[in-house]
Structures are given as structure tokens and as C-alpha cells.
Design a protein around this ligand. Structure first.
Ligand SMILES: [Zn+2]
Ligand SMILES: [Zn+2]
Length: 375
């Protein structure tokens, strides 16, 4: 058997980092995945892997230094078959070996059992005006709350959760496998404690060890002004309680805003249509409009056309954050009179005559004349 240090092309005084680097370099060079079926490379790869499995382990290295091959042959812990992981791909092996944090450097650490509470989502119907100006609402919420009986620990009163016997509190089960690269460690979530690192031997009967119970409660929430249908408001810490003392989750309220019979929203603008009698549109006057802020008098200039838009500054939707409001836009809808009495009809005919707009129902009418087809 060749000298392990020579195989890895390092000095006898090389440190563990240097050995690891050397091995990585050589493994890239000789791994069968890289060299196809070259039997020489495969053989070389086995040798450097064996060398690495010995020199990377301080115990084995010491024995090798003292006794040579005899010191490491017949070693327990898989040295008998250092190539057990040969079937794994190059990337798998290197990934498990060198990737993301050195698995050998990890020490079992005690994880906190505390877990953040879940988010609660709910929909809330709001009348249009309340959504525009903001409001405060009482909502019924069914949320996890710490169990009163055990104080949220999940353990029967008088007992305590203990450190998980399977994982020693790390929350992870480490499976150590010997491979040609030495020890291959895989970590999975502990099956006994589910990753919490703690075991509850005698669970609280009230909450069955969960430390939490569902509870109905009424919350008062503030809805800021200016939010529209579908807006979501987040209330930090108003969701489900955290498990075993963890921080609570958030409450997220999605608004379902009712439409308004008169007003419509376009961003921060309020839109509405104001019916104005034909005579007022023609002669001018003022019309009262009930806005969301109260009665507003709309001045109608003589000769106002249908579709004219009047803008009322800062009578629209308040901005959700900060100051300011959008505008209110009022579109004049001129109403054509219907159900005319005989006298009204006569007056309108007279007016039409005065304006040269007389309509002769037997001669194609105004429309035909305007198109040039009349007399
Ligand atoms: Zn309990
Ligand atoms: Zn465990």
C-alpha cells in the first residue's frame, strides 16, 4: 500500500484543511464520473479516497502515523468497507462532503421549541363610505391561544418538557454512513420530537401537549382610510399564538367593499353623475348634490352641455397614508323631459319655432334636415 501522504500529495505535517483541499482537487481529477470507465483512474480514486478517509480522521491519522497500515486496517466504523458510498455520484458525494457547512464541524445545538404562530386570513365586508374614510370594526376571530392549564408548555402541570432522547435536542437525526469519502452524514428532522428538540413525556390533557387551544375572541381593528375592494390590511401579532412561547402570527384582513348607489371610485377620485333638468342646463341654476361629506351645491352655468364634468377639489378619496384627498368629479346628466302635458308641448314647440328648430313630423324631421335631405 502506498504512503497516504504521497497519495494525497501533501506533507506529513499538512493540516486538515490542506488535506481536504488536496483530496478535493484529486477527487475531481480521478472520480469515475469524470473519467468514464478508465480503470486506472478508478483504482487511483479508491486509493486517494482510502488515504483521505484515514488522514481526515484525527484518530486514524494518529494510528497511521504510529503504526502505518497496521494501525488502520481492521478498524471499526466502516473502515473495512471504505467504498460503501461508491454508487453515489461525484456531485452527491462532494455535496454531502464539502457543501454548505461542514457536517463534521456541526455540534448538536439545542433548538428553541418556540414556533411562530400562523397567519389568520379573513374577509371583511365594508360599506363603501366606511372604506373611503376608514373605520374601526369589531371582528370575531377564532385563533390559537396559549393553553391556560399548562401555561402553554404542553406539559402536564408539575412536569416539564425534556430534551429529546433521540436527537439530544438538536431536532435533527444524523445518519452517519461510511463511504469512500469517509463519513457521509445526512441530517433529517427528528422523528420523535418533530424537530423541536424537546419531548413531552406527560402531555397536558387540556391541549394534548400542543400548548395551544383554539379560542373565539373579538378584536377591534382599525381600517385606514382610502382602501378599496380587495385591499389587504396586515395586523402584526394578531394572528394565531406561537407554540411554546413563540411569537404570534399576523392577522390579514381582505376588504370586500360594497358598491355605492351613486358614487364610483377611480383610484383616489370619486365619480358620480348628477341629473340636471333640461331647463336648468339651458338657463343655469344650482343643484344640490349629497356627497359623502354632506350637501354640496353644484352651480350649473347657462348652456351647460350633457357630459360636462365639474371637479370638486379634495372631495374624493383620502390617501391611505399621509394627507390629501383625491377629487370628486361630477358629470352633468341633462334630463330630457318626458310625460309632457299639452301646454308644455305647446311651449316647447313655440320655443323650437323661435329657434328655427321646428320639427315637421311629416317631412323627415330635424334629423333629416340636418343631414341635408329636408326642404
Ligand atoms: Zn395545556
Ligand atoms: Zn428529537
Amino acid at each position: 500500500m502506498s504512503d497516504y501522504y504521497q497519495l494525497l500529495e501533501v506533507d506529513r505535517s499538512a493540516g486538515s484543511e490542506e488535506i481536504k483541499r488536496a483530496y478535493r482537487r484529486l477527487a475531481r481529477q480521478y472520480h469515475p464520473d469524470v473519467n468514464g470507465n478508465d480503470p486506472e483512474a478508478a483504482e487511483r480514486f479508491k486509493e486517494i479516497s482510502k488515504a483521505y478517509s484515514v488522514l481526515s480522521d484525527p484518530d486514524k491519522r494518529q494510528r497511521y502515523d504510529a503504526y502505518g497500515d497496521a494501525g488502520v486496517d481492521g478498524l471499526p466504523a466502516g473502515a473495512a468497507d471504505p467504498f460503501a458510498g461508491f454508487g453515489a455520484s461525484f456531485d452527491d458525494l462532494l455535496g454531502a462532503f464539502f457543501g454548505g457547512g461542514d457536517p463534521f464541524m456541526g455540534r448538536p445545538r439545542t433548538r428553541s421549541r418556540a414556533r411562530r404562530g400562523d397567519t389568520i386570513g379573513m374577509r371583511l365586508r365594508l360599506p363603501f363610505t366606511e372604506a373611503v374614510f376608514g373605520t374601526s370594526k369589531d371582528v370575531r376571530v377564532r385563533a390559537a391561544a396559549p393553553c391556560q392549564r399548562c401555561g402553554g408548555s404542553g406539559a402536564k402541570p408539575g412536569t416539564e418538557p425534556t430534551v429529546c432522547s433521540r436527537c439530544n435536542g438538536s431536532g435533527q437525526q444524523r445518519t452517519v454512513r461510511q463511504s469512500l469519502l469517509g463519513q457521509l452524514v445526512t441530517a433529517t428532522t427528528c422523528s420523535v420530537c418533530g424537530g423541536s428538540g424537546h419531548e413531552i413525556r406527560s402531555p397536558c390533557q387540556e391541549c394534548r401537549g400542543q400548548g395551544l387551544l383554539m379560542q373565539d375572541s373579538t378584536l377591534t381593528i382599525d381600517i385606514p382610510p382610502g382602501l378599496d375592494d380587495g385591499s389587504q390590511v396586515r395586523y402584526p401579532g394578531r394572528g394565531h399564538a406561537g407554540q411554546y412561547g413563540g411569537p404570534p402570527g399576523d392577522l390579514i384582513v381582505e376588504l370586500a367593499v360594497d358598491p355605492h348607489p351613486v358614487f364610483e371610485r377611480r383610484g383616489d377620485e370619486l365619480l358620480c353623475s348628477l341629473p340636471v333638468p333640461m331647463t336648468v342646463a339651458a338657463l343655469g341654476g344650482s343643484v344640490e348634490l349629497e356627497t359623502l361629506d354632506g350637501i354640496e351645491t353644484v352651480e350649473v352655468e347657462p348652456g351647460t352641455q350633457a357630459g360636462t364634468v365639474k371637479r370638486f377639489r379634495r372631495r374624493g378619496v383620502p390617501h391611505p397614508e399621509g394627507r390629501g384627498r383625491g377629487d370628486l368629479l361630477v358629470e352633468i346628466a341633462v334630463q330630457t323631459p318626458t310625460h309632457l302635458g299639452e301646454q308644455q308641448r305647446a311651449l316647447l314647440r313655440q320655443l323650437a319655432q323661435l329657434r328655427g328648430e321646428e320639427v315637421d313630423p311629416y317631412a323627415g324631421g330635424l334629423f333629416a334636415r340636418l343631414k341635408g335631405g329636408g326642404r
